[in-house]
Design a protein around this ligand. Structure first.
Ligand SMILES: *Cc1c(COP(=O)(O)O)cnc(C)c1O
Length: 399
């Protein structure tokens, strides 16, 4: 039941889908023709070299997923049973799950308004409350850098190791430096929805070449030098395939072009919504250049109609002049466009509800952004005409 007449989009507009260019197929075919169809080969060597150069770190290890990279980061940091690890709260679960793989316990850190990332003030408070914290996992949500120098300084003051989850922020810059280079150990992802993709895959980035060698060994089952399979420690089958690496290799020259497309999408939304009671996902304009991976909206409190969510469903009561993320997302879906709620904070997830959570405001900022925010269709193949239609669809929800 809609209060306006707008035609659905002819083609589904995705949140963020793979965008191929042709070179990907060439590199995959070369892998096939030369029979380097496994976890060794020129594509892997090349992307490791190119990404280390691009991000500005000494070493890169190609892996089967960003999650695998984060798991090996957590192992390199030495997290073990019972260890407390301060983690971003409003993020995708893959940021924090590897802590559990190693028996550690997350201390979730609330979100700040200015970047929608880990709040440095809450991180400081967490160290005061739980001096046992020796590792911090900080994500750059939606392609926006966190306050990485502050977070790094707090880690240094407290003798903690920083792990940066740059899965969503490849190509984003903070104070002149690429994200994915601020942690002692860092992770990026080539999942199908990211700014560039391999269809899957990920990478561990670090300046510590010995640590990179350790990660490479773990990722290939920790085989010792011996005439037979010999293992002195546990291993994993986490290495990237040379075929997947071929896709990444073909995508890499298009990273800046993808960022420019995503930026144009963000700015078109910002201009299109300038008269609505909303704000776009913010970033530190002085110090950072996002990769604009996803464009998001935050509705002003006064514009919110009543919306109730439990663990699996959402309902709302339409009201004139007001709307809510649920109404906007349902309306977009009815018009053939894919939006998404804000990543639901980890401290609100059934699996993690018992964990410690540190906030410095009376109300959790992450809970508030989750309630009033949403991710807009941000696919870089969306045409300006399609985006204008989406803007009209969203505007109509406020009628
Ligand atoms: C996608 C993503 C990951 C995981 O990457 P995969 O390659 O899908 O395993 C980790 N953290 C964040 C924030 C992500 O968005």
């Amino acid at each position: 039941m809609f209060r306006y007449e707008i035609r659905p989009l002819e083609n589904r507009v995705w949140l963020s889908s793979p965008t191929m260019h042709g070179e990907e197929l060439d590199y995959m075919q070369t892998a096939y023709r030369t029979n380097w169809m496994s976890t060794v080969g020129e594509n892997i060597n090349t992307i490791e070299k190119e990404l280390a150069e691009l991000v500005g770190v000494k070493a890169a290890v190609g892996l089967s997923a960003g999650t695998a990279a984060l798991h090996l980061c957590v192992k390199l940091a030495g997290v073990g049973p019972g260890d407390l690890v301060a983690c971003s709260d409003m993020t995708f679960s893959a940021t924090v799950n590897p802590v559990t793989y190693e028996g550690g316990e997350q201390v979730f850190i609330d979100t700040e308004r200015d970047t929608w990332n880990m709040d440095p003030a809450a991180l400081r408070e967490a160290f005061a409350r739980y001096p046992g914290i020796k590792t911090v996992v900080s994500a750059n949500l939606y392609g926006t850098p966190a306050r990485l120098d502050e977070i790094r300084a707090i880690c240094e003051e407290n003798g903690a190791i920083l792990i940066e989850d740059a899965a969503e922020s490849l190509g984003a810059v903070y104070k002149g430096r690429q994200t994915g280079s601020f942690g002692r150990f860092n992770a990026i992802s080539f999942n199908g929805n990211k700014i560039i993709t391999g269809s899957s895959g990920g990478m561990l980035l670090t300046d510590d070449e010995q640590a990179a060698a350790q990660a490479r060994s773990w990722s290939t089952q920790s085989r010792d030098a011996a005439p037979w399979y010999q293992h002195k420690e546990i291993g994993y089958n986490y290495r990237i395939s040379n075929v997947i690496a071929g896709v990444v290799r073909g995508q890499l020259p298009h990273l800046q072009e993808h960022i420019a497309q995503k930026k144009a999408i963000y700015e078109r939304y910002r201009d299109g919504f300038k008269d609505l009671p909303v704000h776009m996902n913010p970033f530190d304009e002085q110090n950072s250049v996002p990769n604009y991976w996803l464009s998001c909206l935050l509705l002003d409190e006064e514009a919110m109609c009543e919306q109730t969510r439990d663990d699996h469903t959402a309902v709302y009561t339409p009201a004139p002049g007001k709307t809510c993320p649920t109404e906007i997302l349902e309306t977009l879906a009815a018009h053939n466009a894919e939006g998404r709620p804000i990543w639901k904070p980890m401290h609100m997830q059934p699996f993690y509800r018992e964990r410690r959570f540190v906030k410095v405001c009376e109300q959790s900022v992450g809970e508030d952004i989750f309630r009033r925010g949403l991710c807009l269709p941000s696919d870089n193949k969306m045409t300006p005409e399609e985006q204008n239609r989406i803007i009209e669809i969203v505007k109509a929800c406020f009628a």
